[in-house]
Design a protein around this ligand. Structure first.
Ligand code: 5GP
Length: 188
């Protein structure tokens, strides 16, 4: 199978360059999958994917988990078409599953300010789960303003705008199999 893995990519008029390779991503996801297997042995967790950005990460992560598990989705409004957060969160799709008494693992693409995650956490906790943990592909500790405890982090990154592997720029670029960052070198 061949994935879409260019070294640079033009997306909505901006040039992006490779930042985290397919191999690096897959290695970390395998490690986190093994960790989840060990941490949830004898349990049947439910993964809650936060749409849209987490769908590729979630699909790969779940295929590295070998304990019984389920999946459901929660959808929030995102950045819109901008590269900075609007500072507002709206719920666009609620869970279908009943999570009362369940072991919930929230799966995010990226925790930036932490606003979306603190909003989701509050909603999930109100439903009375047995436990809640958070797994994120990316975390920008320098941008975090809301207090959220993240249990599994694939990569910590500086406060940069990234694209690919589920993350978009004005809805494009989610199909890239690697993670990219804006290439400023052409502006110098
Ligand atoms: P937060 O609520 O933590 O500020 O932002 C979380 C959401 O903002 C993410 O789920 C993602 O949709 C979007 N986001 C944050 N940083 C980036 C980024 O660097 N690139 C992209 N494409 N989206 C981002």
């Amino acid at each position: 199978m061949s994935f879409y893995t260019p070294d640079t990519v033009l997306c909505n008029g901006e040039t992006f360059k490779l930042y985290i390779s397919k191999e690096q991503i897959q290695t970390r996801i395998a490690e986190i999958g093994m960790q989840i297997d060990a941490d949830y042995e004898g349990k049947k967790p439910i993964f809650i994917g936060v749409l849209n950005g987490s769908f590729i990460f979630l699909a790969d992560l779940m295929r590295h988990v070998s304990i019984p598990c389920e999946v459901d989705f929660f959808k929030l409004s995102s950045y819109g078409d901008e590269k900075v957060s609007s500072g507002k969160v709206t719920k666009l799709k609620d869970l279908d599953a009943q999570i009362k008494g369940r072991h919930v693992i929230i799966v995010e693409d990226i925790v930036d300010t932490g606003l979306s995650m603190s909003y989701i956490m509050k909603q999930i906790k109100e439903a009375g789960p047995a436990s809640v943990r958070i797994v994120t592909l990316l975390h920008k500790p320098g941008a975090t303003k809301y207090d959220v405890t993240i249990d599994y982090i694939a990569f910590e990154i500086p406060t940069l705008f990234v694209l690919g592997y589920g993350l978009d720029y004005a809805q494009e670029g989610r199909n890239l199999a690697q993670i990219y960052v804006i290439d400023d070198s052409k502006d110098e």
